[in-house]
Design a binder for this molecule. Structure first.
Ligand code: ADP
Ligand code: MG
Length: 480
């Protein structure tokens, strides 16, 4: 009996001491765990998960300060940082932490006290000297002289020209140039800048894309330099800001832009913006911003008609030093309809192909280039309606359903097939496809096309529909 009790006591002792030393060991590990090394490993995993710009912007400045229980403590420069990491990278951060396998399950962020002061940027110097820093960003190629005018853009061009002659001095403030992709908005905006400095070289012309504005703003927050940021933009005599639809949903940036806008506007400085839509129809922008925008003038650019396309092609051919027969120019203008960027692209491609293959620019070469750009087909007189009709016949889904809003799988798929075919056969622009199919935006169309490309490799039914329609419509195409 005593022997047994002694045995139990002994085993118990063994357990307790083992357990104890294990616990102590564990504590010891926790206390001495090199949190900096741990952070390095987490950082390493993060780098595998996130793009470089995200790492540079949001994780380089993070400083590990310790480990408490099962969390790593991280210090970040400011509140905005905390929120950004929480809202954008929480999952990736936790996943990376868990991968380190030291029993860590999470993190805690705190705002650091000055350790993060990043090298003073040159923003202050720039503002103090008031040098027209951004004039450098003006694209000198974009002038009024080489902008071809047609009924699709003459109003926009005229408004832009009067703004450039007297920036801030007429009612066209702000001037907003809006319209689809590749129709000359950026060109006109830069032309305003180029022409304005010609008249007055001392003007501080600040040219940015909305993307750059947002990035500058975010960086200024990161480096606690918001005041310098504001000064830099508010020192503009003319602020040219491209693609403001990019501000969509970015509340803090809009706030900042609203103030910049007001300061400039009140002091009679000119603001010019471009956008993909009429300001009244833009979604995701604060209404107070939109109502400010509407106090100026909004002008649109439309796709060029046939004659304007011919004129543009002649101009671009001349600029690039190639001479093309008139019927070749007409041929291109007939096939490439939606935007000027594509027209320009065709000319450049013709030029490239001829010099790479060391070939004369002949009809065959032009035809090949156009085929490449229109998905292998040469077209005349085909329209989106034709495609919808064909797809409707092949899929037994009504045309009305196809162009409608239903999300039912078969209907959505037929719609996607149409989008794919329009792009493939006729090279219709993503924007126009989107417009036709229930006002969807071009990214939706892009996704649809990608999805169908993928499906057509796996799904025989889709492959068949697509190839049949391509063949049928192909027969009605005219060759050159
Ligand atoms: P957007 O900003 O509307 O997308 P861009 O201004 O970038 O379009 O224009 C795309 C290309 O087409 C540019 O190279 C531009 O020079 C050219 N372009 C557009 N419209 C015209 C025009 N009316 N005359 C000459 N070139 C034009
Ligand atoms: Mg543009």
């Amino acid at each position: 009996m005593w022997g047994f009790l002694f045995f139990v006591y002994f085993v118990g002792l063994l357990f307790v001491s083992f357990g104890w030393s294990y616990a102590v060991d564990n504590l010891w590990i926790t206390l001495n765990m090199d949190y900096k090394k741990t952070w390095q490993s987490i950082f390493y995993f993060l780098k595998e998960l996130l793009p470089k710009h995200a790492i540079d912007a949001w994780f380089e400045p993070v400083v590990p300060i310790g480990i408490s229980n099962d969390e790593i403590l991280l210090e970040v420069p400011n509140q905005f940082f905390c929120e950004w990491i929480e809202s954008h990278y929480k999952k990736d951060l936790i996943n990376s932490i868990k991968k380190v396998e030291k029993g860590l399950v999470g993190y805690r962020l705190s705002i650091g006290a000055g350790k993060h002061q990043i090298e003073p940027v040159s923003l202050i110097e720039k503002t103090e000297k008031r040098t027209p820093v951004h004039q450098n960003n003006l694209n000198r190629q974009y002038t009024f002289e080489n902008f071809i005018e047609g009924s699709n853009n003459e109003f926009a061009k005229n408004a832009a020209q009067s703004v450039s002659q007297a920036p801030g001095e007429n009612n066209f403030n702000p001037l907003i140039i809006y319209g689809g992709v590749g129709l000359g908005k950026t060109h006109l905006m830069h032309a305003i800048g180029n022409s304005a400095v010609k008249t007055n070289s001392g003007l501080n012309i600040v040219v940015v894309t909305s993307e750059k504005f947002t990035l500058d703003f975010v960086n200024s927050l990161r480096k606690n330099k918001t005041i310098e940021f504001a000064q830099q933009y508010r020192s503009a005599d003319v602020l040219l800001i491209d693609d403001i639809q990019f501000f969509r949903g970015k509340e803090q940036t809009q706030e900042q832009f609203f103030h910049t806008f007001n300061v400039l506007h009140q002091s009679g400085k000119q603001i010019v913006m471009t956008a993909d839509k009429y300001p009244g129809e833009m979604k995701g922008l604060q209404s107070r911003l939109l109502s400010r925008f509407q106090s100026g003038l909004s002008v649109d650019v439309q796709p060029p008609n046939f004659e304007v396309r011919v004129a543009i092609l002649l101009e671009k051919a001349e600029q690039n030093g190639i001479s093309l027969d008139y019927d070749v120019i007409e041929f291109i203008a007939k096939h490439i309809k939606n935007n000027v960027r594509d027209l320009e692209g065709a000319i450049i491609r013709i030029l490239a192909k001829s010099s790479l293959l060391n070939k004369e620019i002949d009809r065959q070469l032009v035809r090949d280039v156009i085929k490449e750009r229109t998905g292998g087909k040469l077209i005349t007189g085909l329209s989106v309606e034709d495609v919808v009709k064909k797809v409707s016949e092949a899929s037994n889904i009504t045309e009305k359903d196809i162009v409608g809003k239903s999300r039912k799988m078969e209907i959505a798929e037929a719609r996607q097939v149409c989008m794919y075919l329009c792009r493939d056969i006729m090279g219709t622009s993503l924007n126009n496809i989107g417009l036709y199919f229930g006002g969807r935006d071009h990214t939706t169309v892009m996704h649809a096309i990608k999805a169908i490309k993928k499906k057509s490799k796996e799904n025989k039914k889709i492959t068949k529909i697509i190839s049949t329609i391509q063949k049928e419509l192909g027969e009605s195409l005219q060759s050159f």
